[in-house]
Design a protein around this ligand. Structure first.
Ligand code: DX5
Ligand code: ZN
Length: 240
């Protein structure tokens, strides 16, 4: 699955920028990734709930809201109530991540937990039993256009094992520095959903960039399944 990040889009034309990846066929994104930053949890400020509500009316591509904010326990459920498909909060910011996941699901969205590059996965394995997505940050959150940190792939491999052995039931998502040079190693490590900002909205044709990234990821993860000698697990549907 490919989730273009609108952080790299033209904010004066957000509706059109989403339309450009919301067509039919291979050029269609699976999710639209929306980076909400509060200038406190991260040193940058972007958009909040009023803009997200407007974006929800621009296309039927599910919104994947990545909240890089303090006090997500208080603010995140509003995004779920408004109709976001998946709402991701940061493990480093959540006070009661299990209660928060329950509140997000009760408000009608999937619940996502994100960990920064230096945050260990092991500390959150029990908590993640309550979550639908794990967002592994492959850059320090706050800005688009940074370089991919390959060391985080160890956490992706560990999460993949936990899912494949039935200890967790979630999608493994990666965010930061994903492009045609890095997507294959992430796919081989076991990522299900790839966030890409610069690689999609920096391209001449964002829809074609989505299709190309998905193709690359699919061939690389095909290699992973072949190496393990098994068949690919059933496709995890982003809309069910
Ligand atoms: C960074 C954001 C990312 C960002 C990724 O804090 O969470 O979603 O948009 O941008 P690229 O793909 O350019 O690294
Ligand atoms: Zn993000």
């Amino acid at each position: 699955m490919i989730a273009p990040s609108i952080l790299s889009a033209d904010f004066a034309r957000l509706g059109e920028e989403i339309t450009s990846i919301a067509g039919e066929g291979d050029n269609r994104a699976d999710w639209v990734h929306v980076d909400v930053m509060d200038g406190h949890f991260v040193p940058n400020l972007t958009i909040g709930l009023p803009v997200v509500r407007s974006l929800l009316t621009t296309s039927d591509v599910p919104l994947d809201c990545h909240l890089m904010i303090e006090d997500p326990d208080r603010w995140a459920p509003g995004y779920a109530e408004s109709g976001a498909y998946n709402v991701t909060v940061h493990a480093e910011a959540a006070r009661d991540p299990i209660m928060l996941a329950k509140n997000l699901r009760a408000a009608g969205s999937r619940a996502g937990l994100s960990i920064k590059p230096k945050t260990p996965l092991d500390d959150y394995v029990e908590v993640l039993k309550h979550y639908d997505t794990l967002l592994v940050m492959s850059v320090e959150p706050g800005f688009g256009g940074q370089s991919f940190i390959p060391e985080v792939l160890d956490k992706v491999r560990a999460a993949r094992r936990l899912v494949d052995t039935g200890h967790l039931t979630l999608l493994v998502e990666i965010d930061g520095g994903i492009n045609n040079d890095t997507i294959e190693q992430a796919a081989e490590a076991g990522v299900d959903c790839f966030v890409a900002g610069t690689a999609v909205y920096g391209a001449e044709d964002p829809g074609k960039a989505v299709a190309a990234l998905r193709d690359q990821a699919a061939s690389a993860s095909g290699c992973r399944h072949a190496h393990r000698g098994g068949t690919a697990p059933g496709a995890q549907d982003g809309h069910g």
